[in-house]
Design a protein around this ligand. Structure first.
Ligand code: NAI
Length: 268
């Protein structure tokens, strides 16, 4: 992808509201959507040192705020509508990691991860829906995780929050389809971002890092841009008959287990 916007932009005229836009998956999606001609309203708790890369591609605004605040998200949506008249795409990439089996997770830690990952997603959707219904439709793309589809060791609160996002997505799809609103969920596998590096880049996690890398059928971690490719499909009219789905973008991680037969068969 060159730094210039696409010569035939597929999201021209669309406005995208993206939470978690300062970093990792959210930033990569902001950049891809901008490249495809969408106007971008980025929202994040933290400032974004690289936002000028988005502004070089498209008309863009960045708002610092917390997804646990409906009023903060509503103000950002109102700004997008004041600037550009509509919101066509919502992408909810804000989130935090957490780990620990139930007996080790405090109530405060549980509340925090559920508040940001699940309630934050609910509030993002709540903030954009009136505008999407008024304008006749839109595409909502939530971000859960493969850990919202299958269990993983020590993942109680995080996995519960992401499982909630998967089911919330289906319900929003059911409730608002006749208003022209589609809602789909991306379930990333292990993607090389700040969040993942903060978890696995420790000496004591070396075996875990190797194991999750091997479990991808490609034997590598994913890139944020590979999530952005799937998000672009869900944001564009190419997915006009797709709603209520959870798309694992995980290098085949959830396709099954690798127990070494690929190597025995000479396919490694
Ligand atoms: P990241 O840490 O690079 O980006 C997350 C962004 O969310 C950060 O910019 C952070 O400031 C923002 N954020 C956190 N709490 C917030 C709040 N209360 N209000 C507003 N913004 C807030 O992480 P990454 O990897 O890009 O994660 C994006 C989403 O993808 C998260 O929901 C994460 O759970 C999910 N995910 C990531 C995977 C990975 O391997 N990186 C795997 C599966 C899911």
């Amino acid at each position: 992808m060159s730094e210039q916007s696409s010569s035939s932009p597929r999201l021209a005229g669309k406005v995208a509201f993206i939470t978690g836009a300062a970093s990792g998956i959210g930033f990569a999606c902001a950049k891809r959507f901008a490249f495809e001609g969408a106007k971008i309203l980025g929202f994040d708790l933290n400032p974004c040192a690289k936002w000028s890369e988005i502004e070089a591609l498209t008309s863009a605004q960045f708002v610092q705020g917390d997804v646990t605040s409906l009023s903060a998200q509503q103000a950002a949506v109102d700004l997008a509508v004041a600037e550009w008249g509509r919101v066509d795409v919502l992408m909810t990439a804000a989130g935090i990691a957490d780990a620990g089996p139930v007996h080790m997770v405090t109530e405060d830690a549980w509340d925090k991860v559920l508040d940001i990952n699940l309630k934050g997603t609910f509030l993002s959707i709540k903030a954009v829906l009136p505008q999407m219904m008024e304008q006749g439709g839109g595409s909502i793309i939530t971000v859960a995780s493969i850990e919202g589809l299958i269990g993983s060791e020590g993942g109680s609160s995080y996995n519960a929050s992401k499982g909630g996002v998967v089911l919330l997505t289906k319900n929003v799809a059911l409730d608002y389809g006749r208003k022209g609103v589609r809602c789909n969920c991306i379930c990333p596998g292990f993607i090389n971002t700040e969040m993942l590096r903060a978890t696995i880049d420790h000496d004591f996690m070396a075996d875990y890092k190797q194991a999750v890398t091997n479990e991808s059928t490609f034997g590598r971690l994913g890139k944020p841009e590979e999530i952005a490719g799937a998000a672009f499909f869900l944001a564009s009219e190419d997915s006009s008959f797709v709603s209520g789905q959870s798309l694992a973008v995980d290098g085949g991680y959830t396709a099954g287990h690798n127990h070494g037969l690929v190597e025995l068969m000479g396919l490694a």
